[in-house]
Design a protein around this ligand. Structure first.
Ligand code: NDP
Length: 327
């Protein structure tokens, strides 16, 4: 028997509740690789899956946790053998499949990535889906050319934003960090931000489709009115990597920045990302994310803390990255 965070749904009221339970290997879904999970983490999507489901959870009871890192315990696939260190993000694990909030997980070999050299399992989950996605966003900006102006990071004190800020600053870019939490300014500066932009300065509905050309690139975790506004502030030919919707899924924008300034809007998906690009992103993380900066982002947690943390992240109240020690 081992511990897992189990979410159950009351069929009468439709309400969900999450608690740590003891389960057995027979409770896990069938798949090729059994992993002894060491660490997981808390992403925005986890908040939905621990709580109301957000349309992501397919059936109950359910074990959330959209990512994990650990050691292979048993494998029916030649690519993995007992003792291998692995990391998993995406593939709807923790949504449609049992996830990482469990001391053991059983998953498809295709979904795993060998732990990159230079990272341990705890550091891999300090990065987690949020940080992995931040790296994908930076890679997409690089592929399209980052312009000279500061790179804007929205939702900067959150998980995606913190990792994007640290990576971009380490790569030598000036980083402007948008936050709704002015008390996190010193934290963002410690990650390498050179400019703090108040959320309300940039959160208003677009009034003029083009404003002065200010940003050389953008990693956007917020979406909604903020993304619409940012599009009109990009330098000529600059790109915005659209990662998240913490501020809304709508996009009340005009096409003018695309047509008159050649601005690019790049979509970033971490869930179905092809294997080769996953490996490339994890290698870049090991090389380009300073580990002291990563440590400064981390709040440690246990399985028992997850119901509260899930609610907190949905309210935008989690700073940086949470690392869940599932032991
Ligand atoms: P976090 O909650 O850690 O970060 C989101 C941040 O956005 C908050 O910390 C806050 O930053 C800011 N924010 C929250 N609410 C609002 C609001 N109403 N208006 C403006 N800003 C707001 O979440 P994650 O970093 O884990 O994820 C960020 C987003 O990226 C989520 O929408 C998530 O679903 C998405 N995502 C997408 C992935 C993909 O594959 N495309 C993968 C991973 C995440 P501050 O306090 O600094 O303002």
């Amino acid at each position: 028997m081992f511990k897992a965070l189990m979410v159950r749904k009351d069929e009468e009221t439709g309400k969900t509740s999450a608690a740590v339970e003891e389960i057995g290997l027979e409770d896990l879904p069938q798949a090729e690789v059994t992993v002894s999970v060491e660490y997981s983490t808390v992403n925005y999507k986890d908040g939905l899956c621990i709580g109301p489901g957000g349309g992501l959870v397919r059936k109950y009871p359910h074990v959330p946790g959209i990512d994990f890192a650990g050691t292979v315990e048993a494998s029916d696939d030649d690519r993995y053998k007992p003792g291998d260190k692995v990391v998993l993000t995406g593939w709807r694990v923790g949504e449609a499949h049992y996830g990482g909030y469990s001391q053991k997980a059983r998953v498809k070999a295709d979904w795993l990535v060998p732990l990159p050299e230079g990272l341990d399992t705890r550091q891999a989950m300090a990065v987690g889906t949020a940080g992995f996605t931040a790296m994908l966003a930076v890679m997409a900006l690089e592929d399209h050319g980052i312009k000279p102006g500061p790179v804007l990071v929205t939702g900067a004190a959150g998980g995606v934003g913190s990792v994007a800020t640290a990576i971009l600053a380490n790569l030598g870019h000036k980083v402007a960090a948008v936050t709704g939490r002015p008390e996190q300014a010193a934290y963002l500066e410690s990650l390498g931000a050179t400019q703090i932009v108040a959320r309300e300065e940039i959160n208003e509905t677009v009034k003029r489709p083009l404003e002065s050309e200010t940003w050389g690139g953008c990693v956007d975790a917020v979406g909604g009115a903020m993304l619409a506004r940012v599009l009109g502030q990009m330098e000529y030919g600059a790109s915005v990597a659209a990662v998240g919707l913490a501020g809304g899924a709508n996009l009340p924008a005009t096409v003018i920045p695309f047509l008159l300034r050649g601005v690019n809007l790049l979509g970033i998906d971490s869930v179905m990302q092809p294997y080769d690009n996953r490996v490339r992103a994890w290698q870049r993380i090991a090389k380009d994310l300073p580990m002291d900066k990563l440590d400064a982002m981390v709040t440690p947690a246990t399985l028992a803390d997850l119901p509260q943390l899930g609610a907190d992240i949905l309210k935008g109240q989690v700073k940086g990255r949470v690392v869940v020690d599932v032991a």
